[in-house]
Design a protein around this ligand. Sequence first.
Ligand SMILES: O=P(O)(O)OC[C@H]1O[C@H](OP(=O)(O)OP(=O)(O)O)[C@H](O)[C@@H]1O
Ligand SMILES: O=c1cc[nH]c(=O)[nH]1
Ligand SMILES: [Mg+2]
Length: 209
Amino acid sequence: MAVYAIDHPLVKHKVGLMRSANLSTKLFRELASEVAELLTYEATRGLELEKRTIEGWSGEPLLVDKIKGKKVTIVPILRAGIGMMDGVTNLIPSARISVVGLYRNEETLEPVPYFEKFVSQLDERLALIIDPMLATGGSVIATIDMLKKHKCREIKVIVLVAAPEGIKRVQDAHPDVDIYAASVDDGLNEHGYIVPGLGDAGDKLFGTR
Ligand SMILES: O=P(O)(O)OC[C@H]1O[C@H](OP(=O)(O)OP(=O)(O)O)[C@H](O)[C@@H]1O
Ligand SMILES: O=c1cc[nH]c(=O)[nH]1
Ligand SMILES: [Mg+2]
């Protein structure tokens, strides 16, 4: 497994903007989606291509590249994962959506599951889990556990900001899963929040602050 901290200037710039204390809900949402789109570009780099022949503009047959019939499911973790959906579906419009509902118990920091709805044929699909924050890693681990229980074998995780301790936990529990992050931050504070982080991403995206 690998951790890809995406150091593209556009990603770094946009994550920097997201860290501001006085950002509107509108801007936070727009940036979450834009960064998710850029991360998806990186996370799909390994998709296999095949050749097919089309009629080119001149009327001559032309050999072009085509993505090899890969089935994909995007897996937003409620709530905050929804804030990355538009960016990901902009690049993979035909992907099916599986939804996992988890919230973090504020005392124990353990994930509490409350919803799951998976698409069919998970054994044939690449699953892209999306959530802005990978803090202790508990929510991502629980989601990977659910996907594997449904026979999903190819899983990648796309997050905006990750804490090193959460990354380690996910790596230890699921060494076969790659993680794509716009930033790997310093660590967790005493409340389990990522520092410097983004604050409470769910609240910022949904305006429940
Ligand atoms: O890595 P972890 O320690 O599990 O923490 C990260 C989780 O916490 C946040 O969700 P939250 O529980 O606040 O739910 P919300 O998206 O509904 O706000 C965040 O969006 C992740 O899902
Ligand atoms: O820093 C964090 C940790 C968990 N959930 C968030 O929204 N932010
Ligand atoms: Mg939240």
